[in-house]
Design a protein around this ligand. Structure first.
Ligand SMILES: Cc1ncc(COP(=O)(O)O)c(C=O)c1O
Length: 400
């Protein structure tokens, strides 16, 4: 018998070697208590959260929590069914209405996760004989959607408009083409040149899908994302998003102005063949989305936080993923996995939680400490975060 687990041996050995250095397993942290969007108790210690993607801090919003409790009381704990059978409640429709209003688009479809939204939309619209042209650093859910759909996959160099244009020019002019982009790339926190990319895509007759998972609520005058900020949202055919970041709960969605979009509800397998979100979740999502429409003060404060942290870390001598802050994600580049895990642990001992990211999730084999800021981080907390980075960085030998 061939042990089907033998393919994981290299990863098992890498993990064992890392733990043998005495470092705490960075991928099994337990949040013992969550006090607020920015503070939790981990290993019995009060810890500032700087790795949650809870950009707008909506998880503890009073109205959001009240809406969830009310829906739990009135509609029960779950729908126990697919959206196309018994799983569409009033709350799911209200959530889709809130999304249509938020994006000023004609159609909105809510999925059980953002992962499923990418999986479902990409695999359903791009099938055999079609082409998906995607940035090489795309999220796993985008790659998995491509695999499931059976289209030809054409990857281009990260954020490289010329490379995209060249790839598009080589494709048969009559073939169906979907260009898949992200507004903010979550590993380094860099923003895509969507304006130019959408221009070359449209010239080549391609449809465009933009995943705005890490920009919703924060980037753009109305928080609609990078496409809004760059003035090209009307040229985007499909926007994908998630409720697991700025919205502060769980779920995913696609919004579109395509006149035939509603047929997706019948043909998209990751929408049809899974249970819908619980009523409490869609109620919290709808309330949060409506509040995010009026979040300009919070957006301004989040930008302040991002700029302060970026400048401070750069000043301390850390190597960062971007020259300037471009989003609410600031990636600190570590020399290798071992040093990265030591730094991650040292920060945790200081009472600061960040995300440790390593290949294959990261580009160019990098180990990263990914910091994601929250609109609810106070200026004092950002100052404290910098002090903790300085102490941990010196202790581990990452900075002098
Ligand atoms: C760019 C991008 N798209 C989609 C997703 C999936 O979102 P969800 O957590 O809702 O499955 C993520 C989550 O990490 C993401 O970063």
């Amino acid at each position: 018998m061939t042990d089907l687990f033998s393919k994981f041996d290299p990863l098992i050995q890498q993990r064992e070697a890392l733990l043998a250095t005495g470092v705490t397993d960075p991928f099994s942290l337990v949040m013992e208590k969550v006090v607020s969007p920015t503070v939790a108790i981990c290993n019995g210690r009060e810890t500032i959260l700087l790795g949650t993607y809870n950009y707008m801090g909506m998880t503890f919003d009073d109205d959001v929590i009240a809406a969830g409790k009310d829906a739990l009381d009135k509609f029960g704990s779950g729908t126990t069914g697919s959206r196309v059978l018994n799983g569409t409640y009033q709350g799911h429709k209200e959530c889709e209405e809130a999304l249509k209003e938020f994006y000023a688009m004609d159609h909105a479809m809510v999925f059980s996760t953002g992962y499923q939204a990418n999986l479902g939309i990409i695999s359903t619209i791009a099938g055999k004989g079609d082409y998906v042209i995607l940035d090489i650093d795309s999220h796993a859910s985008i790659y998995d959607g491509c695999k499931m759909g059976d289209a030809e996959i054409v990857a281009f160099r990260h954020n490289d408009v010329e490379a995209l244009e060249k790839r598009l020019k080589r494709l048969p002019p009559e073939a169906g083409k979907l260009v898949v982009l992200e507004g903010v790339y979550s590993m380094l926190g860099d923003v895509a040149p969507l304006k130019e990319m959408i221009r070359v895509s449209k010239q080549a007759g391609a449809m465009v899908l933009v995943d705005e998972a890490h920009s919703m609520g924060f980037i753009g005058a109305h928080g609609r994302g990078v496409a809004e900020a760059q003035g090209v949202i009307d040229d985007v055919d499909f926007i994908i998003g998630t409720f697991s970041k700025s919205v502060g709960t769980v779920g995913g969605f696609c919004v579109s102005n395509h006149p035939k979009f509603e047929i997706m509800r019948l043909v998209c397998r990751p929408y049809v063949f899974t249970a819908s979100l619980p009523p409490s979740v869609v109620a919290t999502a709808a309330t949060s989305i409506r509040k995010l429409m009026h979040g300009s003060n919070k957006r301004a404060h989040l930008w302040e936080n991002s700029k302060t942290l970026h400048k401070g870390l750069q000043g301390l001598g850390f190597q960062l993923g971007t020259e300037e802050p471009q989003s609410a994600i600031i990636a600190v580049i570590m020399p290798d996995l071992e040093k990265g895990a030591m730094m991650w642990e040292a920060l945790l001992e200081e009472g600061l939680y960040v995300n440790l990211a390593r290949p294959p999730a990261t580009p160019a084999g990098m180990t990263l400490l990914r910091c994601s800021l929250c609109a609810e981080h106070s200026s004092e907390q950002v100052g404290e975060i910098l002090a903790r980075f300085e102490r941990a960085g010196k202790r581990v030998g990452i900075i002098d």
